[in-house]
Design a protein around this ligand. Structure first.
Ligand code: HEM
Length: 190
């Protein structure tokens, strides 16, 4: 047991990667739910309030997994991460750009999560501006997973990144389309 949990054991490296995948799934679902809520896609099936509630929970679960993902890296000796490596973008010698993107995605995701509770204080316009950062989180964490991940060549992982990217892109276009058709309708007399 002691050997299994020693810093040389692969358990921490495997656990860190597993938490990375859990964080990715939770945050990708959060983005998808957020976009579904604003397009009204799930209103009939779940109701908008429940979609928002789920959206917030997925954000919390995703952030919890990100903290464990980075914390377990500190216990592992495979890449020899220090506290500075996991908190300062480009500091780590291990795949610095790819890891840096993960750190930036994590900071942006925390800011967005905190903003859930500050909507009444900062006002809806500023809150929406902060929330738009979700797209940055999605792009940065996807690039991070693809470029930093040891498991990227696996079919299941490729399908995960591919399906999440296709769905998010489709929902962004649907949202744009709905926004434009509503604006045109609002400007058409009668
Ligand atoms: C939104 C935040 C983050 C998400 C969603 C995320 C997700 C992921 C995913 C899905 C992988 C691929 C795992 C694999 O292929 O086995 C990964 C790898 C990695 N992440 Fe993150 N990550 C995030 C933030 C961070 C942070 C803050 C660090 C701190 C250093 C970090 C360090 C790493 C490292 C070193 C790897 C490479 C591990 C390997 O070789 O597989 N990540 N991450």
């Amino acid at each position: 047991m002691n050997q299994l949990l020693s810093a040389d054991s692969p358990v921490f490296w495997l656990a860190a990667r597993a938490f990375g995948v859990v964080a990715y799934v939770a945050l990708a679902l959060e983005v998808l739910l957020g976009l579904s809520a604003t397009t009204g896609l799930l209103d009939g099936a779940l109701g908008r309030a429940r979609v928002f509630e789920l959206h917030r929970w997925l954000s919390a679960i995703g952030l919890g997994a990100v903290v464990l993902h980075a914390a377990v890296l500190l216990l592992d000796r495979t890449a020899g991460f220090t506290l500075a490596d996991v908190t300062i973008p480009l500091w780590a010698r291990y795949r610095p750009i790819a890891v840096g993107l993960g750190i930036l995605a994590a900071y942006a995701a925390v800011t967005i999560h905190v903003s859930f509770f500050l909507r009444a204080v900062v006002g809806t316009r500023i809150w929406r501006g902060i929330h738009a950062g979700t797209f940055f989180v999605f792009v940065a964490m996807t690039l991070h997973g693809v470029l930093a991940g040891t498991d990227t060549p696996l079919l299941g992982i490729k399908l995960l990144y591919g399906a999440a990217t296709l769905l998010v892109t489709w929902l962004v276009f649907l949202r744009l389309f709905l926004f434009l058709t509503r604006s045109v309708r609002a400007q058409t007399p009668g």
